[in-house]
Ligand binder design. Structure first.
Ligand SMILES: Nc1ncnc2c1ncn2[C@@H]1O[C@H](COP(=O)(O)OS(=O)(=O)O)[C@@H](OP(=O)(O)O)[C@H]1O
Ligand SMILES: Nc1ncnc2c1ncn2[C@@H]1O[C@H](COP(=O)(O)OP(=O)(O)O)[C@@H](O)[C@H]1O
Length: 208
């Protein structure tokens, strides 16, 4: 019996079917692919092409996209520092559950603070956390401005916009980085291909 956070008198319930058995059913290993980067850097695009490519290969994945989760699970949170931290903590916990279920969980969120991403990494047993940094220049993201938010931020109509008047802390030791090559951004298919190769090489696409 223990106390966890604000919960007292709680027990850990052992369950009969374990992660290894679920992984055997799926012939893959549960893990979290955590995609971080500025708004407009291509996080959702990579998440989409990666999940499609994995599906084509018969691998089960699930995408946790920051924008989408803010419509439900995280709709009580805004963009001040402590809200972003709570946003990342909750998504980290959900991602951990999906990985435990045996899925390749793809989380795509700005996740601007290094300590919050590191806390998610620490939550995962056996280091099954693959941090992918969309290392795209702010100028490119701003030029894309798919949602018109940079324009609003520059006009002072959105306060605390990441990269404009709110910080983004790039990873120091991530597993993968997606960059422009000779000033050209890889295609969505090529970005997904890089991640799939990594997953293949590290053995995530088979259960043993
Ligand atoms: N102030 C501010 N700063 C950054 N982004 C903002 C802001 N306000 C709204 N948006 C929109 O919210 C999306 C980011 O949500 P996330 O949950 O990924 O953000 S965070 O990880 O908690 O920082 C982000 O989506 P993406 O463009 O897909 O990154 C924006 O569309
Ligand atoms: N590799 C890419 N090549 C060309 N355009 C891209 C690429 N990745 C993203 N884009 C475009 O950039 C814009 C922002 O991408 P998105 O995936 O929504 O970024 P984020 O989720 O990081 O905000 C979209 O219009 C998308 O089509």
């Amino acid at each position: 019996m223990s106390t966890v956070g604000n919960a007292t008198n709680i027990f850990w319930q052992e369950l009969p079917v374990g992660k290894l058995e679920r992984q055997k059913l799926l012939n893959q290993k549960g893990c979290v692919v955590w995609i971080t980067g500025l708004s407009g850097s291509g996080k959702s695009t990579l998440a989409s092409s990666l999940s499609r490519e994995l599906y084509t290969r018969g691998k089960l994945s699930y995408v946790l996209d920051g924008d989408n989760l803010r419509h439900g699970l995280n709709k009580d949170l805004g963009f001040k520092a402590e809200d972003r931290t709570e946003n990342i903590r909750r998504v980290g916990e959900v991602a951990k559950l999906f990985a435990d279920a045996g899925l390749i969980c793809i989380a795509s969120l700005i996740s601007p603070y290094r300590k919050d991403r590191d806390a998610c990494r620490e939550m995962l047993p056996d280091n099954n956390f693959i941090e992918v940094y969309m290392n795209m220049p702010l100028e490119l993201c701003e030029e894309r401005d798919a949602k018109g938010l940079y324009k609003l931020a520059r006009a002072g109509k959105i306060k605390g916009f990441t990269g404009i008047d709110d910080p983004y802390e790039p990873p120091l030791n991530c597993e993968m980085e997606i960059n422009e090559k000779d000033g050209v951004c890889p295609t969505p298919g090529d970005m997904a291909g890089e991640v799939v190769s990594y997953l293949e090489e590290k053995g995530y696409l088979h259960d043993q």
